[in-house]
Design a protein around this ligand. Structure first.
Ligand SMILES: [Zn+2]
Length: 604
């Protein structure tokens, strides 16, 4: 077993300073050669190991071989179960992390609480009756109102568990942080680094987080009440709404995944994500597509090592790869959990039906609401070019049930790519419309889904054309802002991809490009007549995961072939990603970036 080594002292040549693009970052004070250890975060402030790996992952040093259970077990927290790779880790954990035994006790209470939970009605977003995946109307005021109600609610009777299931990993992460805070408050001066104030110094990300994943708000509210009803009474003092919110708001965007490492390897052998941990001081390493620094986990410690020679004054950045993968992986898990275990059976069945329907490539004219028509005011998230002088634009449409905010991370993701800094991003919000197949539930959608029939006549072409108008209106708005049509790209994901292909093909002016991810070509035969000759030569980027369970890979590929053979589109760049599901991964985002560089290169 590898023992949790004491990491060496890092070179003293970096400091935290404000960056030119907002926030703070680490900068080199002097030239630093490649492979220099520049930073060590010996211990996280808080962490959560995924339940499935509890017996395989050492609670102290995170050593883990998936599939091999560990032998040492803590005496405290019998039900919760803390497992260790050896006697040393066990002793260190009992002597340092859980001195007073409160951590074991609290985790034990959580575990007993989890077991007693009852399934409940699916939670609702605070701004409406429907359970959508996105809330475009959520703002600071609404958030404050919701939390105030939670704070005013009476403290539940001990053991009286509210109905519904909590996100167990999140509950552990919060409990761990609160126990640490309690231990510090009950014997001040004993606090070890990182401290609660280091933790609070991290950037909170609550509002944007709840906007893009609104189901998290009811989920967090529920977790708050759950913790109040199950945690030991000694934690009452620290279990305030302020502390709870402070913890949950800092989790997104600041948590590092704890990845399994193959023995003898550092970093590169990572495969399975075992849990999450927050290392406040390591969070100031910003993301860069071409990083000069790499993160290397050494047991419990997170360390940073230069990947190449770094010049004096240069910012030290790590690959967005790992960090964003951490975030995406986590988000995927949360969504899976939310959609496929927290919901009741009927709703789950409906979701499966949607999956089935979309994969059967069938849509149908059914619902037509004139109020939803394009024009007057177009709701969208508009992100100006990073360099402040946009000479190109990308209009990117989200998928069913999502929102513009749900995809605005792409703009963020590309912020540091010099070749894309002249691009202005527009992420339109689809209107809420009843989805027939989903029992008439209203959710953000570009068009309705109604039938299992696999015929083109069944498509909601009215809804589609209406939404195409919305996208055309955004193109017009962009042209009026000074960017010509041939510097505008229309793109989208899933249902948004169908919209991008349709509205691009029929647009009356030549566009810079059309991009469709994980989608398909709608109104295919109608397009033979409807497409506009000006966009015959327009470059198209199409990408699809081979394991897509929602819009089957075959439909994406068939659409591409149809575009080529029947519609004569020649400049199609087709990308397929083995094993990828209904999502966009980092490889795809990188390919998309390279394509954008070609179709809307920076102008001098
Ligand atoms: Zn260990």
């Amino acid at each position: 077993m590898p023992s949790p080594e004491t990491p060496p002292t890092p070179s003293n040549s970096i400091e935290i300073r404000p960056t030119t693009y907002g926030g703070r970052g680490y900068f080199a004070l002097s030239p630093i050669p490649a492979n220099t250890l520049i930073h060590v975060s010996p211990s996280p402030y808080t962490l959560s190991i995924i339940r499935d790996f509890k017996k395989e992952c050492c609670a102290r040093c995170f050593h883990c071989v998936v599939g091999r259970n560990l032998k040492w077990r803590a005496e405290r927290g019998n039900v919760a179960g803390f497992w260790f790779c050896g006697e040393r880790c066990k002793r260190e954990w009992e002597g340092e992390e859980d001195v007073a035994g409160l951590l074991g006790e609290a985790m034990e209470c959580l575990e007993r609480g989890f077991k007693r939970q009852k399934r409940a009605e699916p939670p609702r977003t605070p701004d409406g009756k429907e359970v959508g995946r996105a809330s475009t109307t959520m703002d600071e005021e609404m958030l404050e109102r919701v939390w105030k109600d939670a704070a005013d609610a009476p403290w539940p009777k001990h053991g009286q568990i509210p109905d519904g299931e909590v996100d167990q990993e999140e509950a552990r992460l919060i409990t761990y942080a609160l126990v640490r805070l309690h231990n510090f408050l009950s014997s001040p001066g004993s606090e070890s680094s990182p401290t609660w104030s280091d933790f609070l110094a991290l950037q909170p990300n609550a509002l944007s987080h709840f906007r893009s994943q609104p189901y998290l708000l009811p989920s967090h509210l529920h977790t708050f009440h759950f913790l109040r009803s199950v945690l030991p009474k000694s934690l009452r003092g620290v279990l305030t709404l302020e502390n709870f919110r402070a913890t949950t708001a800092r989790d997104p965007g600041n948590s590092f995944g704890i990845w399994e490492q193959a023995e003898g390897e550092e970093g590169d052998g990572e495969s399975e994500m075992l849990g999450w941990a927050m290392y406040p001081s390591a969070s100031y390493f910003n993301h860069d597509c071409d990083p000069n620094t790499k993160k290397v986990r050494r047991g419990r410690a997170m360390t940073m090592v230069t990947a190449r020679d770094v010049a004096e004054g240069e910012e030290l950045c790590i690959s967005y790869g790992h960090l964003e993968e951490d975030v995406l992986e986590r988000r995927r898990r949360l969504e899976d959990k939310f959609f496929f275990s927290q919901l009741d059976k009927t709703y789950r069945l409906l979701l499966y039906l949607i999956v089935l329907v979309v994969s059967l490539y069938s849509v149908y004219i059914y619902h037509f609401n004139p109020k939803m028509s394009a024009a007057s005011s177009i709701s969208a998230i508009r992100i100006p070019a990073t360099n402040g002088a946009a000479t190109a634009a990308v209009i990117f449409a989200h998928g069913l049930g999502d929102s513009g905010a749900g995809w605005s991370f792409i703009a963020d993701h590309y912020k540091r790519e010099k070749s894309l800094q002249h691009i202005k991003w527009i992420f339109p919000n689809a209107p809420l419309r009843p989805i027939t197949l989903n029992g008439g539930m209203r959710m953000p959608a570009w068009y309705d889904l109604t039938s299992l029939e696999r015929v083109e006549e069944a498509e909601d072409s009215v809804g589609m054309l209406q939404s195409a108008e919305t996208i055309h209106a955004l193109v017009k708005e962009t042209i009026e802002s000074g960017i010509p049509a041939d510097r505008i790209v229309i793109g989208g994901f899933s249902q948004g991809s169908a919209m991008a292909l349709l509205s691009g093909m029929i647009h009356k002016e030549k566009l810079a490009g059309i991009a469709g991810m994980s989608g398909y070509l709608p109104m295919a035969s109608k397009l033979v007549d409807m497409r506009h000759p000006h966009n015959q030569e327009t470059p198209i980027f199409m990408a699809h995961g081979t394991a897509d369970p929602v819009v089957k890979f075959q439909f994406g590929k068939m659409s591409m072939e149809y575009l080529k053979e029947k519609l004569g589109m020649e400049k199609i760049e087709w990308r397929e990603y083995p094993g990828m599901g209904h999502t966009a991964d980092l490889k795809e985002l990188a390919d998309f970036a390279r394509w954008l560089e070609k179709v809307v290169p920076p102008k001098n």
